[in-house]
Design a protein. Structure first.
Length: 331
Protein backbone atom coordinates (compact mmCIF):
# COMPACT_ATOMS: atom_id res chain seq x y z
CA UNK A 1 0.00 0.00 0.00
CA UNK A 2 1.48 3.41 -0.94
CA UNK A 3 2.83 5.32 2.06
CA UNK A 4 0.69 8.41 1.36
CA UNK A 5 -2.52 6.38 1.14
CA UNK A 6 -1.72 4.64 4.41
CA UNK A 7 -0.87 8.00 6.05
CA UNK A 8 -4.16 9.49 4.86
CA UNK A 9 -6.11 6.49 6.15
CA UNK A 10 -4.43 6.65 9.55
CA UNK A 11 -5.22 10.36 9.78
CA UNK A 12 -8.82 9.69 8.83
CA UNK A 13 -9.05 7.09 11.58
CA UNK A 14 -7.66 9.56 14.11
CA UNK A 15 -10.25 12.14 13.04
CA UNK A 16 -12.98 9.51 13.28
CA UNK A 17 -11.72 8.50 16.73
CA UNK A 18 -11.95 12.06 18.00
CA UNK A 19 -15.52 12.31 16.76
CA UNK A 20 -16.56 8.96 18.24
CA UNK A 21 -14.99 9.95 21.59
CA UNK A 22 -17.50 12.83 21.88
CA UNK A 23 -15.65 16.10 21.31
CA UNK A 24 -17.56 19.24 20.32
CA UNK A 25 -19.56 17.24 17.81
CA UNK A 26 -21.42 15.73 20.74
CA UNK A 27 -22.53 19.16 21.88
CA UNK A 28 -23.50 20.81 18.63
CA UNK A 29 -26.79 20.72 16.79
CA UNK A 30 -25.02 19.14 13.81
CA UNK A 31 -21.59 17.75 12.93
CA UNK A 32 -18.64 19.97 13.69
CA UNK A 33 -16.01 20.21 10.95
CA UNK A 34 -12.75 18.63 12.04
CA UNK A 35 -9.40 19.90 10.80
CA UNK A 36 -9.07 18.44 7.28
CA UNK A 37 -6.35 16.20 5.99
CA UNK A 38 -3.59 17.71 3.85
CA UNK A 39 -4.02 17.05 0.14
CA UNK A 40 -6.57 14.29 0.59
CA UNK A 41 -9.74 13.03 -1.02
CA UNK A 42 -11.94 10.67 0.98
CA UNK A 43 -15.31 9.05 0.59
CA UNK A 44 -17.45 6.23 1.83
CA UNK A 45 -20.66 4.48 0.86
CA UNK A 46 -22.74 2.54 3.36
CA UNK A 47 -26.18 1.06 3.94
CA UNK A 48 -28.01 0.17 7.13
CA UNK A 49 -31.03 0.53 9.36
CA UNK A 50 -31.88 3.29 11.85
CA UNK A 51 -34.48 2.41 14.49
CA UNK A 52 -35.28 6.07 15.21
CA UNK A 53 -33.78 8.57 12.72
CA UNK A 54 -35.98 11.43 13.99
CA UNK A 55 -34.91 10.74 17.62
CA UNK A 56 -38.53 10.98 18.72
CA UNK A 57 -40.43 9.39 21.59
CA UNK A 58 -42.56 7.44 19.12
CA UNK A 59 -39.83 5.77 17.08
CA UNK A 60 -40.24 4.79 13.42
CA UNK A 61 -37.36 2.81 11.91
CA UNK A 62 -36.07 3.34 8.37
CA UNK A 63 -33.51 1.64 6.13
CA UNK A 64 -30.99 3.97 4.50
CA UNK A 65 -28.04 4.38 2.17
CA UNK A 66 -25.40 7.00 3.01
CA UNK A 67 -22.79 8.73 0.85
CA UNK A 68 -19.97 10.79 2.38
CA UNK A 69 -17.07 12.76 0.91
CA UNK A 70 -14.31 15.09 2.08
CA UNK A 71 -11.63 16.87 0.05
CA UNK A 72 -8.90 19.38 0.83
CA UNK A 73 -6.45 21.29 -1.35
CA UNK A 74 -3.40 23.14 0.03
CA UNK A 75 -2.74 26.52 -1.54
CA UNK A 76 0.35 28.70 -1.56
CA UNK A 77 -0.19 31.97 0.29
CA UNK A 78 3.02 33.73 1.16
CA UNK A 79 4.56 30.64 2.72
CA UNK A 80 1.63 30.11 5.11
CA UNK A 81 0.08 26.67 5.60
CA UNK A 82 -3.36 27.35 4.11
CA UNK A 83 -5.88 24.94 2.65
CA UNK A 84 -9.39 24.94 1.24
CA UNK A 85 -11.77 22.06 1.84
CA UNK A 86 -15.22 20.73 1.06
CA UNK A 87 -17.18 17.95 2.74
CA UNK A 88 -20.67 16.60 2.86
CA UNK A 89 -23.04 13.67 3.11
CA UNK A 90 -26.33 12.53 1.67
CA UNK A 91 -28.58 10.07 3.54
CA UNK A 92 -31.17 8.35 1.38
CA UNK A 93 -33.89 7.05 3.73
CA UNK A 94 -36.96 5.11 2.68
CA UNK A 95 -39.68 7.26 1.07
CA UNK A 96 -39.21 11.06 1.00
CA UNK A 97 -37.15 11.31 4.19
CA UNK A 98 -33.69 12.22 2.88
CA UNK A 99 -31.24 14.64 4.47
CA UNK A 100 -27.96 16.12 3.31
CA UNK A 101 -25.21 18.49 4.36
CA UNK A 102 -22.61 20.42 2.35
CA UNK A 103 -19.82 22.46 3.88
CA UNK A 104 -16.90 24.61 2.71
CA UNK A 105 -13.99 25.61 4.92
CA UNK A 106 -10.69 27.48 4.82
CA UNK A 107 -7.91 26.58 7.27
CA UNK A 108 -4.69 28.20 8.39
CA UNK A 109 -2.17 26.20 10.44
CA UNK A 110 1.03 27.24 12.14
CA UNK A 111 3.30 26.69 15.13
CA UNK A 112 4.79 29.18 17.57
CA UNK A 113 8.59 29.30 17.71
CA UNK A 114 9.89 26.80 20.24
CA UNK A 115 6.46 25.17 20.62
CA UNK A 116 5.79 21.62 19.44
CA UNK A 117 2.07 22.32 19.13
CA UNK A 118 0.13 23.26 16.01
CA UNK A 119 -2.67 25.85 15.96
CA UNK A 120 -5.34 25.64 13.26
CA UNK A 121 -7.84 28.41 12.58
CA UNK A 122 -10.82 27.38 10.48
CA UNK A 123 -13.68 29.39 8.99
CA UNK A 124 -16.56 27.36 7.61
CA UNK A 125 -20.02 27.64 6.14
CA UNK A 126 -22.54 24.82 5.79
CA UNK A 127 -26.03 24.06 4.56
CA UNK A 128 -28.09 21.27 6.11
CA UNK A 129 -31.49 20.15 4.82
CA UNK A 130 -33.74 17.47 6.29
CA UNK A 131 -36.98 16.14 4.81
CA UNK A 132 -37.59 13.84 7.80
CA UNK A 133 -37.29 16.61 10.44
CA UNK A 134 -37.69 19.86 8.46
CA UNK A 135 -37.24 21.97 11.60
CA UNK A 136 -33.58 20.98 11.71
CA UNK A 137 -32.90 22.52 8.27
CA UNK A 138 -30.46 25.39 8.69
CA UNK A 139 -27.51 27.37 7.37
CA UNK A 140 -24.37 27.57 9.49
CA UNK A 141 -21.30 29.75 9.84
CA UNK A 142 -18.49 28.78 12.19
CA UNK A 143 -15.10 29.90 13.46
CA UNK A 144 -12.98 27.15 15.03
CA UNK A 145 -9.64 27.21 16.86
CA UNK A 146 -7.86 23.89 17.35
CA UNK A 147 -4.59 23.39 19.21
CA UNK A 148 -2.86 20.01 18.83
CA UNK A 149 0.26 19.06 20.73
CA UNK A 150 2.33 15.90 21.10
CA UNK A 151 3.19 15.59 24.80
CA UNK A 152 5.26 12.39 24.79
CA UNK A 153 5.96 9.49 22.46
CA UNK A 154 2.67 7.97 23.65
CA UNK A 155 0.48 10.98 24.48
CA UNK A 156 -1.09 13.87 22.58
CA UNK A 157 -3.57 16.60 23.52
CA UNK A 158 -6.13 18.48 21.43
CA UNK A 159 -8.08 21.55 22.54
CA UNK A 160 -10.90 22.94 20.38
CA UNK A 161 -12.93 26.12 20.78
CA UNK A 162 -15.73 27.06 18.44
CA UNK A 163 -18.44 29.62 17.82
CA UNK A 164 -21.20 28.56 15.40
CA UNK A 165 -24.26 30.42 14.14
CA UNK A 166 -27.31 28.26 13.40
CA UNK A 167 -29.80 30.03 11.13
CA UNK A 168 -32.93 27.86 10.93
CA UNK A 169 -34.88 27.96 7.67
CA UNK A 170 -38.47 27.49 8.82
CA UNK A 171 -40.68 29.05 11.50
CA UNK A 172 -41.08 26.45 14.21
CA UNK A 173 -42.38 25.51 17.63
CA UNK A 174 -40.22 24.78 20.72
CA UNK A 175 -38.81 21.33 21.51
CA UNK A 176 -40.27 19.52 18.52
CA UNK A 177 -37.05 18.69 16.60
CA UNK A 178 -34.14 16.45 17.43
CA UNK A 179 -32.79 17.12 20.95
CA UNK A 180 -30.69 20.28 20.95
CA UNK A 181 -31.22 20.74 17.23
CA UNK A 182 -34.37 22.81 16.91
CA UNK A 183 -38.15 22.85 17.01
CA UNK A 184 -40.46 21.44 14.38
CA UNK A 185 -42.30 23.03 11.49
CA UNK A 186 -46.05 23.44 12.21
CA UNK A 187 -48.18 20.88 10.41
CA UNK A 188 -51.00 21.81 8.04
CA UNK A 189 -53.94 23.40 9.81
CA UNK A 190 -51.93 24.71 12.79
CA UNK A 191 -51.56 28.18 11.24
CA UNK A 192 -48.25 28.60 13.07
CA UNK A 193 -49.83 28.15 16.48
CA UNK A 194 -50.05 25.01 18.64
CA UNK A 195 -50.00 24.00 22.31
CA UNK A 196 -50.22 27.70 23.22
CA UNK A 197 -46.98 28.46 21.34
CA UNK A 198 -46.19 30.64 18.35
CA UNK A 199 -44.00 29.38 15.52
CA UNK A 200 -41.05 31.69 14.86
CA UNK A 201 -37.96 31.71 12.66
CA UNK A 202 -34.85 31.94 14.81
CA UNK A 203 -31.04 32.10 14.71
CA UNK A 204 -29.13 30.47 17.57
CA UNK A 205 -25.52 30.95 18.64
CA UNK A 206 -23.62 27.86 19.80
CA UNK A 207 -20.25 28.21 21.54
CA UNK A 208 -18.19 25.49 23.15
CA UNK A 209 -14.84 24.11 24.25
CA UNK A 210 -13.65 20.52 24.00
CA UNK A 211 -10.53 18.68 25.17
CA UNK A 212 -9.41 15.21 24.14
CA UNK A 213 -6.32 13.29 25.24
CA UNK A 214 -4.93 10.35 23.25
CA UNK A 215 -2.71 7.67 24.79
CA UNK A 216 -0.99 4.81 22.96
CA UNK A 217 -0.86 1.82 25.32
CA UNK A 218 1.02 -0.22 22.72
CA UNK A 219 1.59 -0.15 18.94
CA UNK A 220 -1.79 -1.88 18.52
CA UNK A 221 -3.87 -0.35 21.32
CA UNK A 222 -4.80 3.31 21.93
CA UNK A 223 -7.50 5.31 23.69
CA UNK A 224 -9.05 8.79 23.54
CA UNK A 225 -10.63 10.51 26.55
CA UNK A 226 -12.79 13.57 25.81
CA UNK A 227 -14.58 16.31 27.73
CA UNK A 228 -16.67 19.14 26.30
CA UNK A 229 -19.10 21.88 27.29
CA UNK A 230 -21.26 24.14 25.11
CA UNK A 231 -23.83 26.90 25.50
CA UNK A 232 -26.62 27.50 22.99
CA UNK A 233 -28.11 30.99 23.13
CA UNK A 234 -31.46 31.45 21.41
CA UNK A 235 -33.95 34.31 20.95
CA UNK A 236 -36.53 31.74 22.10
CA UNK A 237 -35.52 31.20 25.76
CA UNK A 238 -37.07 27.74 26.03
CA UNK A 239 -34.72 26.50 23.26
CA UNK A 240 -31.50 27.71 24.95
CA UNK A 241 -29.44 25.07 26.72
CA UNK A 242 -26.18 24.19 28.44
CA UNK A 243 -24.69 20.84 27.43
CA UNK A 244 -21.74 19.02 28.98
CA UNK A 245 -20.37 15.63 28.09
CA UNK A 246 -17.57 13.09 28.32
CA UNK A 247 -16.51 10.23 26.10
CA UNK A 248 -14.05 7.36 25.87
CA UNK A 249 -12.83 5.55 22.75
CA UNK A 250 -10.70 2.40 22.70
CA UNK A 251 -9.08 1.31 19.43
CA UNK A 252 -7.34 -2.02 18.94
CA UNK A 253 -5.62 -3.64 15.96
CA UNK A 254 -5.62 -7.36 16.82
CA UNK A 255 -4.28 -8.33 13.38
CA UNK A 256 -2.68 -6.63 10.41
CA UNK A 257 -5.35 -4.83 8.36
CA UNK A 258 -7.98 -5.29 11.09
CA UNK A 259 -9.13 -2.75 13.67
CA UNK A 260 -11.84 -2.64 16.33
CA UNK A 261 -13.22 0.55 17.96
CA UNK A 262 -15.38 0.76 21.08
CA UNK A 263 -16.85 4.13 22.07
CA UNK A 264 -18.76 5.14 25.21
CA UNK A 265 -20.26 8.55 25.98
CA UNK A 266 -22.47 10.56 28.30
CA UNK A 267 -24.00 14.01 28.00
CA UNK A 268 -26.34 16.22 30.03
CA UNK A 269 -28.44 18.92 28.38
CA UNK A 270 -30.18 21.43 30.64
CA UNK A 271 -32.69 23.84 29.09
CA UNK A 272 -31.96 26.24 31.92
CA UNK A 273 -33.43 29.40 30.40
CA UNK A 274 -36.96 27.97 30.19
CA UNK A 275 -39.68 29.12 32.63
CA UNK A 276 -39.89 27.04 35.79
CA UNK A 277 -43.05 25.26 34.65
CA UNK A 278 -41.17 24.12 31.52
CA UNK A 279 -38.01 22.77 33.17
CA UNK A 280 -36.25 20.11 31.08
CA UNK A 281 -33.03 18.13 31.56
CA UNK A 282 -31.91 15.35 29.19
CA UNK A 283 -29.33 12.72 30.19
CA UNK A 284 -27.96 10.69 27.31
CA UNK A 285 -25.87 7.51 27.24
CA UNK A 286 -24.24 6.36 24.01
CA UNK A 287 -22.17 3.38 22.88
CA UNK A 288 -20.66 2.38 19.56
CA UNK A 289 -18.77 -0.55 18.08
CA UNK A 290 -16.97 -0.49 14.70
CA UNK A 291 -15.03 -3.22 12.91
CA UNK A 292 -12.73 -2.27 10.02
CA UNK A 293 -10.82 -4.34 7.44
CA UNK A 294 -8.25 -2.74 5.10
CA UNK A 295 -8.67 -3.85 1.50
CA UNK A 296 -6.20 -2.55 -1.08
CA UNK A 297 -6.71 1.26 -1.24
CA UNK A 298 -9.76 1.30 1.02
CA UNK A 299 -11.45 -0.45 3.90
CA UNK A 300 -14.63 -2.31 4.68
CA UNK A 301 -16.45 -1.37 7.88
CA UNK A 302 -19.49 -2.35 9.94
CA UNK A 303 -20.76 -0.38 12.93
CA UNK A 304 -23.41 -0.53 15.62
CA UNK A 305 -24.39 2.64 17.52
CA UNK A 306 -26.82 2.90 20.43
CA UNK A 307 -28.31 5.93 22.25
CA UNK A 308 -30.55 6.01 25.31
CA UNK A 309 -31.79 9.55 26.09
CA UNK A 310 -33.87 10.09 29.23
CA UNK A 311 -35.62 13.37 29.92
CA UNK A 312 -37.54 15.02 32.74
CA UNK A 313 -40.13 15.67 30.02
CA UNK A 314 -41.32 12.13 29.28
CA UNK A 315 -42.32 12.83 25.67
CA UNK A 316 -38.75 13.97 24.84
CA UNK A 317 -37.09 10.68 25.84
CA UNK A 318 -36.01 8.31 23.06
CA UNK A 319 -33.87 5.31 22.14
CA UNK A 320 -31.99 4.76 18.91
CA UNK A 321 -29.95 1.95 17.35
CA UNK A 322 -28.12 2.34 14.05
CA UNK A 323 -26.44 -0.51 12.18
CA UNK A 324 -24.55 0.00 8.94
CA UNK A 325 -21.87 -1.54 6.73
CA UNK A 326 -19.95 0.05 3.91
CA UNK A 327 -16.72 0.77 2.07
CA UNK A 328 -14.40 3.77 2.60
CA UNK A 329 -11.45 4.97 0.55
CA UNK A 330 -8.89 7.78 0.49
CA UNK A 331 -6.34 9.16 -1.95
Amino acid sequence: MPQRAQSNRNAARRTHARRRALPLALLAAGPILAAPLSGALEGDVSAGYDSNPAQSHEATGLAFARYVFAAVQPIGLGGADVSLGASGFYTDYEAANDNYRFALNADWSGAWPGDSGVLTVSAAGAAYRDALVPADARNEAALTLRYERILTARDSLNVTAEVRQLAYIYPSLPWAGRPGSGPSVPTSGQSGRARGGLAVRRTDLLSGVGVDATHAWSPTLSSVLSFAIARCSSPVPVDAYLRSGAGFLLRAEPRVDWSLELGLGWSRTAYDRAPQQQERVDNELAAGLTLRRTVHQGELFCSLDWIDSRSTVATRAFRQQVTQCGFAWSF
